[in-house]
Design a protein around this ligand. Structure first.
Ligand code: FNR
Length: 311
């Protein structure tokens, strides 16, 4: 079962954007559900309130709805050619605290739709969401567009879609987004997402039980998921600084070599991750090599320290 969450950016009872999400509920591909969330109970963001009371219950609840979903559909109104404050305010709350933002947004499929009585169907509000979603690290789907203009002619008095063309466009959009949200991702795509998010929750699924880790410093291979997880988490902790980036990629049939560069203080580090996986898409072998010698010498005590910390 694929679970989507729709968030309407309007509080209005007769909202066209909420109506669009309700209409989507009956036009989903088989095996897909869509819950529609409201922003009604979300207060204005206030950093003082956050500091003294933490997150409001409505924000925490919405966060968990997002986390439980396989993809999020934002139905945005357009106010003065931009994102309505109510909607942006909610997303700002949801991105707090910063340390939890990756869990909620990072790498999660998102798509933006919108309805307006005007002739441009929220085109500018939808465009205004792009830098926000990029900042949050969401995986925005740009394979389709849905801008419902002249919304008063599209929806009837009960909020149902009365325009068959708009209904068809909605159905096509949903099919495209669901395909995107549920597409099987390659091992390397999942690895990149994990490194980018610094969220290691996905490691358990990504590693085979009998995975072997070969570190640049120790000759003997480390065997098994638990010890490999420990090494990878430590390595990502030490190497995955703001400067870390992959600079090259070579693919085999069930293997790949990724070259990376980073810096530890003023020591430049260059290395490769050699990754092998099984047909089930689980990593079976992970070898790391590092150059130059100075980088390795710098790395060894830091890795020892990080491994100590994870005991
Ligand atoms: C609007 N509206 C509007 N529509 C649009 O297409 N472009 C715009 O820039 C604006 N600007 C704007 C500013 C403000 C302050 C309001 C209140 C409204 C009209 C807007 O699209 C209309 O009210 C929709 O019905 C809002 O969406 P819901 O509430 O129907 O989902």
């Amino acid at each position: 079962m694929t679970r989507l969450l729709g968030i309407s950016g309007s509080l209005r009872a007769g909202s066209f954007n909420t109506a669009l999400l309700r209409a989507a509920q009956s036009r989903l591909p088989p095996g897909v559900t869509l819950d529609v969330a409201t922003l009604k109970a979300i207060p204005l963001y206030d950093a003082d309130r956050e500091a003294s009371e933490g997150l409001p219950a409505a924000v925490t609840a919405l966060k968990e709805q997002i986390v439980a979903s396989d993809g999020v559909l934002l139905a945005t109104p357009e106010y003065n050619n931009g994102i309505p404050g109510v909607f942006k305010n909610a997303i700002d709350w949801l991105s707090r605290p910063h340390s939890d933002a990756a869990r909620v947004f990072r790498d999660r499929p998102f798509a933006v739709i919108g309805a307006s009585p005007g002739g441009f169907g929220t085109i500018l509000a939808q465009a205004a969401w792009l830098p926000v979603l990029r900042t949050l690290g969401a995986r925005n789907w740009s394979g389709g567009r849905l801008m419902v203009s002249r919304a008063q002619q599209v929806f009837d008095a009960q909020g149902a879609i009365a325009d068959p063309k708009a209904a068809e466009q909605l159905e096509q959009f949903l099919a495209g987004f669901v395909a995107f949200a549920t597409a099987e991702r390659t091992v390397i795509e999942r690895w990149h997402a994990l490194v980018a998010s610094r969220n290691f929750d996905g490691l358990d699924q990504l590693l085979a039980d009998d995975v072997v880790f070969q570190s640049p410093a120790v000759h003997s291979p480390q065997v098994g998921k638990a010890v490999t997880t420990k090494y990878l988490v430590a390595a990502l902790h030490v190497l995955n600084t703001d400067q870390f980036r992959y600079v090259g990629e070579w693919h085999g049939e069930q293997s790949a070599v990724l070259e990376f560069e980073t810096a530890i203080g003023d020591v430049q580090v260059n290395g490769v991750d050699m990754i092998w996986w099984n047909p089930a898409g689980q990593i079976t072998r992970f070898k790391v090599m590092v150059r130059p010698v100075k980088a390795l010498q710098t790395l060894i005590p830091l890795m020892a320290q990080a491994l100590q910390g994870s005991r």
